[in-house]
Design a protein around this ligand. Sequence first.
Ligand code: AVJ
Length: 315
Amino acid sequence: MSDDFANDVAEGLSATPKTLPSKYFYDAAGDDLFIQIMDLPEYYLTRAEMEIFREQTDSLIKALGQRPEKPFELVELGAGDGQKTFHLLKKLLSDGYDFTYVPVDISANVLEHLKNFLKKELPDLKIRIEQGDYFKRLKGLQETAQPRVILYLGSNLGNLTDEKSKAFMEKLSRRLTPGDRLVLGVDKKKSADIVLPAYNDSKGVTAAFNLNLLTRINRDLGGEFKLEQFRHAPEYDEENGIAISYLESLVDQDIIIGALDRTFNFTKGEKIKVEISRKYDLPIIRKIIADTPFEIETVFKDSQDLYLDIVLLRD
Ligand code: AVJ
């Protein structure tokens, strides 16, 4: 893990322009900051998806295409705190569905927490946790005789370029069986006046979240970043629907990273690309799944038309 981190940081900071992978945001401090982000008034994504899961639970369950008496697996990629899924799990149980919930997450910490929470709140739930990086290993998707429903929520797909999304969807589809389904939660393409504040909140929580990546490099790799010499600088390409967060160097500076035995120089105004947050519409999704066996079956949206949960059938 720390080796992967070292390699990825070395590669990203050697590139022109410089980049760092957003998946490394999520250490303990990052998990905590992200929980705060989900509560921010500007960060509408979580609330919009929550509304869909809370207000349209019955229709959503119908769209999963399962029968109560036939066991299935409900796999959630990047489960996090499982807040949205809770409504779904609860209703599936009370409707008498026979299923096993399989949350997959990179954070062992988050999974333990989720398991304990669900054991207490839903004692009848069958649960099997899987720790791992689902982008790489698609853990939790080993061979199974049971039909599967995959949940990939939170607009997590948006951290990938469309090229990488295509490859990911292809790989995912190969692990599935005809008739399996994927519920894909994505943020809708919309105007900059709504998107930009979501990535540049007035309390500076998102800035702290992004800058925490430098703190992590300092701690885990012996980096010597001075946080006050960088600023969080998000941009949004409204035409294409792509938000990008950068960390911008405020001065000319050389940064030593001990574990890499290297120094990286930054010019004043130089930016490290740390995260893309893609926004979607159905034509974009159709392009991404064009060469895969997925087809769009049902589309759910929230009352304010901010967000989409799309049920894809693997045929
Ligand atoms: C969890 C990847 C969906 O891109 O909106 C929130 C992460 N970054 N604020 C997103 C995030 C800054 C979030 N995702």
